[in-house]
Write a protein that binds this ligand. Structure first.
Ligand code: ATP
Length: 271
């Protein structure tokens, strides 16, 4: 049986409203939305539509979310895969799987292909890594480059990739006509954390007193968007466990403590 190679979503509901903060990055990807919606506007003047953009930033900062929002805003299908799954699951067939993916995306174009953890595939060639054989990974990377180089001016498939290790990437990926746009997605500052709290409070049914999101933002320095999403969810679970009928400020603070504990543990294992 064939393991699932990639995920395809056709009716993406994610929009820029779901992405808090990241103003600069949103502005840059807005252009991709426009390319997908009105390619003629650009090609009529002889311009070449970019083929790829690389989102660079720490884990949990909203790179996947942002890529999905591009598909949602442009109303195009979203093909996604993770580089690490790819290298682990498809030993021996990586290149042909890449070919399949691009073939399907082209058939459904305009479309977005999203490759998370591209560093697993796109590490500088000739440098060994721990997962899979190096030849296998190189074949997969070469196929990816071949596919992107083969895009005609009217292919209208844009590849968005994400990494938190831009430093290890093969420079061939960044060459003109490939991932020549790099967009930085940083950890949120205090103002952005407040906005992220506001986004993630929306699905919570009952928040007891009006939660002071500015206060919460100040309690969470160094938190990523994913950490904040976790806090909101954890707060709801803590409140429910205690049989409360609404989520209160103390539940959020307890959730922050719990997440901080988890982060500390994680850091201990890494270092
Ligand atoms: P990774 O590098 O670990 O794949 P990522 O940068 O792709 O992480 P996402 O998967 O997009 O991060 O973020 C995980 C979740 O965290 C999102 O689904 C969302 O719930 C929340 N989140 C992250 N950043 C934001 C943000 N800027 N606004 C709102 N929610 C966010």
């Amino acid at each position: 049986s064939k393991a699932k190679l990639f995920d395809e979503k056709t009716d993406v509901k994610t929009s820029f409203k779901d992405v808090a903060g990241l103003e600069g990055a949103k502005e840059e990807v807005q252009e991709i939305v426009d390319f997908l919606k009105n390619p003629e506007k650009y090609t009529n003047l002889g311009g070449k539509i970019p083929k790829g953009a690389l989102l660079v930033g720490p884990p949990g900062t909203g790179k996947t979310l942002l890529a999905k929002a591009v598909a949602g805003e442009a109303k195009v299908p979203f093909f996604s895969l993770s580089g690490s799954d790819f290298v682990e699951m498809f030993v021996g067939v990586g290149a042909s799987r890449v070919r399949d993916l691009f073939k399907q995306a082209k058939e459904k174009s305009p479309a977005i292909i999203f490759i998370d953890e591209i560093d697993a595939i796109g590490r500088a060639r000739g440098k060994a890594n721990f997962s899979g054989s190096n030849d296998e990974r190189e074949n997969t990377l070469n196929q990816l480059l071949t596919e992107m180089d083969g895009f005609g001016t009217n292919t209208n498939v844009i590849v968005i990739a994400a990494t938190n290790r831009a430093d290890v990437l093969d420079t061939a990926l960044m060459r003109a006509g490939r991932f020549d746009r790099q967009i930085y997605v940083d950890l949120p500052d205090v103002r952005e954390r407040k906005e992220i709290f506001e986004v993630h409070l929306r699905p919570l049914k009952k928040v007891a007193e009006e939660l002071d999101t500015e206060f919460m933002a100040k309690q969470t320095p160094g938190f990523s968007g994913a950490d904040i999403a976790n806090v909101c969810n954890e707060a709801a679970l803590i409140a429910a466990r205690q049989g409360k009928s609404a989520v209160g400020r103390q539940d959020f603070l307890d959730a922050v403590d719990r997440i901080v504990g988890g982060l500390e543990k994680k850091n201990k294992i890494i270092t």
